[in-house]
Design a protein around this ligand. Sequence first.
Ligand SMILES: Cc1ncc(C[n+]2csc(CCOP(=O)(O)OP(=O)(O)O)c2C)c(N)n1
Length: 514
Amino acid sequence: MIGAECLLRTLLANQVDLCLMNPGTSEMQFVSALDRVPDMRGVLCLFEGVCSGAADGYARMTGKPAATLLHLGPGLANALSNLHNARKAFSPVVNIVGEHSTAHLQHDAPLTADIEAFARPVSGWVRTLERAGAMGEAASAAVAAALGPPGRVATLIVPADFSWSEAGEPGFPALRPAKPLPEGEQFRAAANALRSGQQAGLLLGGATLQARGLAAAQRVRAATGAAILAHRYAARTTRGAGVPSIERIPYFPESAQALLAGFERLVLVEAKPPVSFFGYPGIRSTLAPETCLFDVLASECQDGAGALEQLADELGAPPAEIVSATRPELPNGEPLTAATVGRTVGALLPEGAIVADEAVSSSEPIWTHLAGAAMYDHLPVTGGSIGQGLPVAVGAALACPFRKVVALEADGSAMYSLQALWTMARERLDVTVVILANRRYRILDIEMQRTGAGAVGPRAEEMIDLTDPEFDWIKLARGFGVEAVRATTANEFIREFRAAIQERGPRLIEAVIA
Ligand SMILES: Cc1ncc(C[n+]2csc(CCOP(=O)(O)OP(=O)(O)O)c2C)c(N)n1
């Protein structure tokens, strides 16, 4: 068996059966092997940031890695910013990068680059394959490394000659260690903090923001009065009807510090002490009061949901009683704004939907109204690197073909990786893309004032304004094979969103909120 086939078969033996790829000459053997290994699904993405963002979205929804297949250093470089987001999400990703054949490397040919150096900052594990015969073992090791815990990007660099040479048998399935429960001391410290009589909160991150962890947290809240706070950039949060309410830490440090002002104890569950997104002149970067004491119930490597269940049992907490927020009312005859988009999505979102949120300055009003939606999963930008929403939506739709995916996209951010639309069309993915078209890098108006950079002069204005020329989202989407419509009033948006929800397949709605 040649190396390329050995790699694909080893991935399959490890339940990795999706490969998001943008191949070149050094990966031709892998492309050809797809026809001999039919259980491996190859999905073509037209930009490597779509491959890496889709692998992230897929991992967030399945808990297991997809593979990428990228072309040498430059292909990897194009994938880096969404691998950065994947790293912050603790998403397992098996990142396969082709390399020149070993005999060719010495010549510093045009595509030669230091691939390991490109890979290292975003990867928890990097290995350049040493010989063809090591392919099976190395591919299994890559899967094991990706799975962690916690999940990480594992980059395997494969010289082209090892993919066309005899490689022997595929590797074995890697061990999948479950996240361990915390130590007894962690439980005691957390229980003491929550029973101290001081104002206490649970700060949840990682996998604890899904149904199981939230239900257990709700029991702890009922037994102790502790608040449930959520890490703002956790990979996936389950929300809506039947899910306990949480308080997400706000974006701007002043609001976050105001929310956390009274807290004397914070119990961290798969989360770190909260910090602000950016540093601003004269503003503290940490968000909890300086006197607040932290206890770690579970680290990111430990089972936070299981820990919360055990803690709730130890506290003698009764089963969770969940009071759902009410569904928002549909707007009627109102202008189209982020808030009326939020009310519409909140009212019409089908149960089990997945929302990829890259709405930037429109995100907060929409988030507020989705509390009362049917139960859904919320996937934010974990690492602040925009251009991930559409790719993450691709990955989520590949992971969950029977769940509606809604991508809430600020228009500037959507431009970074809009080639994802083509993959949505090609793979017939059930994604409704809502473009929040304010025709501006709106958040930068706010940040301009906050950083003390001063007023927006006419030349600075040109760096923030997106109206000259305006993007034509209808033509752009149709150009990629995705049907598209424009809405300029709330009533139009309701009609178009309802229609998109009722049909299957990719649709784009440009919501003009300018
Ligand atoms: C990869 C990357 N490049 C640049 C930025 C800086 N940045 C943050 S938000 C933003 C523009 C936001 O505009 P848009 O997506 O239209 O959202 P709006 O602020 O209008 O809601 C930019 C350029 C970033 N966060 N990540």
